[in-house]
Design a binder for this molecule. Structure first.
Ligand SMILES: Nc1ncnc2c1ncn2[C@@H]1O[C@H](COP(=O)(O)OP(=O)(O)OP(=O)(O)O)[C@@H](O)[C@H]1O
Length: 356
């Protein structure tokens, strides 16, 4: 059963819809990321679940209960914010005790739970410190402990890693995932960072201008984007525009400036389409390589990026494309070399519409 359900939620500020007919469910123990560019409505959605904003239309359920008339303090949700929001004049223990006191947890139980939760977030022995005596990562773990210790139905985390530097962010991302799993905690995380969403979430709700663009597991969102926006927002891509004409119900071909390119059967209707080929699925090929499509190109430059080499090449119609080669000491064609790039039908994603 779903722990959280949003049904056709709309929120307008002035005339404009910040959140536009959004529906999704979150299952028990699931970690869901609300992902999208700035202003797409992620935070407003989270604030409506917390009860800080009211939806103009639609309904929100936590368990069986309709949240329509519930104030924030009447919803059993745990909150973690970007800026930690710890009380600076209170010790770590007092910070963690705060929510439990408000919920009437007995004093002895509060003491026991503080010790336990600090162990679980790997911060034993800091109960008497003030927030100012902790690093950013430690403060965020205390904020996490403070929310988790009240045993909320749902944890709501708003950009929890944004204030940390890149290395710490990566480390804490792993820790947060482990901690949330340990507590079997149903969680929603707002982020604009696709890597964070991919690394943390079981499923991603990708938002664009207040609407849901796609809901999928991270891997599926990357491998099977359904729209140009989704393909563009997650990961890198090469684009080839054209017109799709299917032959009956089976496979079809896309007429492009580079010639006719065969595509797999799918749900996209005939007409203008864009082909998306991920850089790791486009390769330098020779006559022997088993690929379905071959495109003539001229190498422009290489970017060494550690385990992979990114090769930028120009196709005959002027399109610049990127392909990845494993960095295993093999000699690569120098800039200016004529090469053939190839890909398989299965690795060519057909998306409706033309890129602007
Ligand atoms: N209180 C408000 N009054 C008026 N407009 C608002 C208010 N809160 C949000 N908005 C508008 O609603 C839209 C969605 O905002 P929201 O904060 O939900 O986006 P977001 O995806 O969380 O963006 P960010 O990543 O920048 O926080 C934006 O256009 C924003 O300007």
């Amino acid at each position: 059963m779903a722990v959280l359900e949003l049904q056709n939620i709309t929120k307008r500020f002035g005339g404009a819809a910040a959140v536009d007919n959004v529906s999704f469910e979150v299952g028990r123990g699931e970690i869901v990321a609300l992902l999208g560019p700035s202003g797409c409505g992620k935070t407003t959605t989270l604030r409506m679940i917390a009860g800080f904003e009211w939806a103009d239309e639609g309904r929100i359920f936590i368990g069986d209960a309709d949240m329509a008339l519930r104030q924030p303090y009447d919803r059993n949700v745990g909150l973690v914010f970007q800026d930690y929001a710890l009380f600076p004049h209170m010790s770590v223990a007092q910070n963690i005790a705060f929510g439990m006191k408000n919920r009437g947890v007995p004093r002895a139980e509060i003491g026991r739970r503080i010790g336990e939760v600090l162990g679980q977030v790997q911060l034993p022995g800091i109960a008497e410190r003030r927030p100012s005596q902790l690093s950013g990562g430690q403060q965020q773990r205390v904020a996490l402990a403070r929310a988790l210790v009240t045993r909320p139905d749902i944890m709501l985390l708003d950009e929890p890693l944004s204030n940390l530097d890149a290395r710490l962010r990566l480390q804490l991302r792993r820790e947060i995932r482990t901690i949330l799993s340990t507590f079997d905690c149903t969680s929603i995380i707002v982020t604009h960072d696709q890597e964070e969403a991919m690394g943390l979430a079981d499923r991603i709700v990708l938002m664009n201008r207040g609407r849901i663009e796609q809901i999928d597991a991270p891997h599926d969102l990357y491998q099977h984007p359904k729209t140009l926006f989704a393909a563009d927002f997650i990961g890198h891509a090469n684009w080839i525009g054209g017109t799709l004409a299917r032959r009956g119900v089976g496979a079809g071909a896309v007429e492009t400036a580079l010639g006719s390119i065969g595509v797999a059967p799918g749900a996209v209707a005939d007409g203008p389409v864009t082909l998306c080929i991920r850089p790791e699925r486009l390769a330098l090929v020779d006559d022997e390589t088993g690929v379905d499509t071959r495109l003539a190109a001229v190498v422009e430059r290489h970017d060494p990026i550690g385990a992979d080499l990114r090769i930028w090449s120009r196709l005959t119609d002027g399109t610049l494309v990127q392909s990845l080669e494993k960095n295993i000491g093999r000699e690569l064609p120098a800039p200016g070399s004529a090469v053939i790039l190839g890909f398989r039908v299965a690795d060519c994603i057909v998306l409706p519409g033309a890129r602007p």
